[in-house]
Design a protein around this ligand. Structure first.
Ligand SMILES: [Zn+2]
Length: 242
């Protein structure tokens, strides 16, 4: 009889009805990364196989770190193949194995299987990501997107700062040419102490530099709206107006 103390440190991969259980991320992490160190304390059931009474040998777990044992089925599975083979019917992945007479041959064959090797790599990545040792692709993509948003906000804030300054001082935006306009002169001046802005003005894409006369007009109009709204809001709060 097994005791709770020496049972595997992962959930049995089979339900009471013998079907594969639904595994959540914690189950998968346990199956892939928690070795059953107490297996030697467990009394494995014996069965007649090939005319001889045989039982599972815990040393097979030690020599194959990916092997997991199901107490309910007295069978073994390959954890990486079980989790990453997408339900393809294969021995040790979707089909439990308990022919202890032939297990050495089956394990040796499984070790060199290309699908198994790929699943081992996926399992290592999965464990590293869940243990925080590696960033997932989703996190990488979202952090890149976040950096882009922050960068664009910074550039736009600088450009709007120049629009507000010129507007406040009644300085015309345009010059003889677009490059020699007052707007660009002030912006270039800011760029001398702002490497991000300098890089944007020098290498930014033509259609996303936010410095064209059309964008200037749009920003002037947006800033004017904001200033107008602010004035209206302050007037409404004033005691002098009804
Ligand atoms: Zn495998």
């Amino acid at each position: 009889m097994s005791t709770v103390l020496c049972d595997p440190p992962y959930r049995d991969v089979f339900t009471v009805s013998g079907r594969l259980a639904d595994l959540d991320e914690n189950d998968k992490l346990s199956l892939l990364s928690k070795p059953w160190n107490d297996a030697h304390k467990y009394k494995f059931p014996s069965r007649f196989i090939g005319g001889k009474l045989r039982h599972f040998n815990e040393n097979w777990l030690k020599s194959h770190h990916w092997l997991v044992y199901s107490v309910s089925m007295d069978s073994v599975m390959c954890a990486p193949c079980l989790i990453f083979s997408n339900g393809k019917s294969r021995t040790l992945s979707s089909t439990p194995f308990n022919d202890w007479k032939n297990i050495s041959t089956v394990l040796a064959r499984h070790c060199v299987d290309e699908v198994h090797k790929n699943n081992i790599v996926m399992a290592d990545n999965f464990v590293d990501i869940l243990n925080g040792k590696k960033e997932s692709i989703i996190c990488k993509l979202s952090s890149t997107a976040k950096e882009t948003v922050q960068h664009n906000r910074h550039i736009l804030a600088k450009i709007i700062q120049v629009v507000l300054l010129l507007g406040k001082q009644n300085i015309p935006f345009r010059g003889h040419t677009e490059e020699r306009s007052n707007f660009m002169a002030v912006l270039q001046s800011h760029a001398q102490t702002d490497p991000l802005l300098a890089n944007h003005l020098q290498h930014g894409k033509d259609n996303a530099r936010y410095t064209s006369p059309e964008i200037q007009n749009e920003l002037i109009s947006l800033c004017a709206d904001q200033v107008r709204q602010q004035i209206i809001s302050e007037c409404r709060k004033s005691d002098f107006l009804p």
